[in-house]
Design a protein around this ligand. Structure first.
Ligand code: PMP
Length: 284
């Protein structure tokens, strides 16, 4: 069965799906995206992702391709047509097609919308979490508005590639000695008191939807949450470290640049929070 994608109003086989060469997403990275997972037919944190999508669009003065209710229907249809129970759904909106010119195209230019879905291996994620992951540090060379979820991801891709070459699962990004986040996830440490620490939600990080839900879960578990910058040195010396994202949930980190974190095994706080996050996100 071919993979089916939604492209500007049509459901088409992914292998023949096409976008225009003058799409502004292609030429200027002038577009935004969202990724969320469906587990057992249930969307995790979907409303959070749609709220952030609307924010990304409005920060870039871009029109929404359709209202959010209709978007939910199309997402559901892409998952259904691909016969997926556990899925990773990718949505991308660009400013549309226009003759190449840096300035915005004329008012009324239709935004482009692409939605794809692929199988998400929920069990494999748990296997990975039970082992924990290695990460390496990389310089954070991104622009000043990474709070907007744009498709301009070249620095993230370079950092992730460096991690992959080093045999690590993710790159932790560092600016002026401070850990901002990771190439595709938010970074956290556990301090000596058992509190969890993550970079404040500024223009220097993407405000993760998983981060947001994890904060609510931690509060329910009476784990103290501290939003403050922390250094790479502090992270290496922390009792625990972990990352969060829609596709990793809460993922324990067991080494940074080859330095063992805590016991070198997934820490109890991260594992507890992972279970709480899964239970909470599964409620929809
Ligand atoms: N930071 C970056 C740079 C990311 O790409 C992502 C994942 N899209 C995140 C953080 C985590 O965001 P979320 O929890 O919404 O997946």
């Amino acid at each position: 069965m071919p993979h089916i994608a939604y492209v500007n109003g049509q459901y088409v086989p992914q292998s023949t799906a096409m976008v225009h060469i003058e799409d502004r997403g292609y030429q200027f990275a002038d577009g935004i995206y969202e990724v969320c997972v469906v587990v057992n037919g249930c969307y995790w944190d979907m409303d959070g992702h749609l709220v952030r999508m609307q924010r990304s669009l409005s920060e870039l003065e871009m029109d929404a391709p359709m209202d959010m209710r209709a978007l939910k229907v199309v997402m559901g249809e892409v998952v259904r047509r691909n016969r997926l129970k556990d899925a990773l759904v990718y949505m991308q909106v660009t400013r549309g097609v226009a003759p190449r010119n840096h300035a915005f195209p004329p008012e009324g230019t239709a935004p482009s919308l692409v939605i794809t879905a692929r199988r998400f291996d929920f069990d494999q994620s748990d296997v990975k979490a039970n082992h924990g992951i290695a990460v390496i540090s990389q310089p954070d060379i991104r622009w000043g508005r990474v709070d907007i979820k744009t498709v301009g991801l070249l620095p993230n891709a370079l950092a992730k590639e460096a991690a992959t070459k080093a045999g690590a699962a993710e790159a932790i990004l560092v600016r002026d000695g401070v850990v901002t986040e990771c190439s595709a996830s938010n970074a956290w440490i556990v301090d000596e008191t058992g509190a969890i620490v993550t970079h404040p939600k500024t223009n220097e990080i993407l405000g993760g939807i998983t981060r947001q839900t994890a904060i609510a879960c931690a509060e329910e578990l009476q784990i103290k949450v501290i939003e403050r910058p922390f250094t790479l040195e502090e992270a290496k010396a922390a009792p625990e470290a972990f990352l969060t994202s829609a596709t990793s949930f809460v993922m324990p980190i067991i080494s940074i640049d080859g330095t063992r974190i805590g016991s070198g095994k997934p820490g109890p706080v991260a594992l507890r929070l992972r279970e709480a996050y899964k239970a909470c996100a599964a409620k929809g």
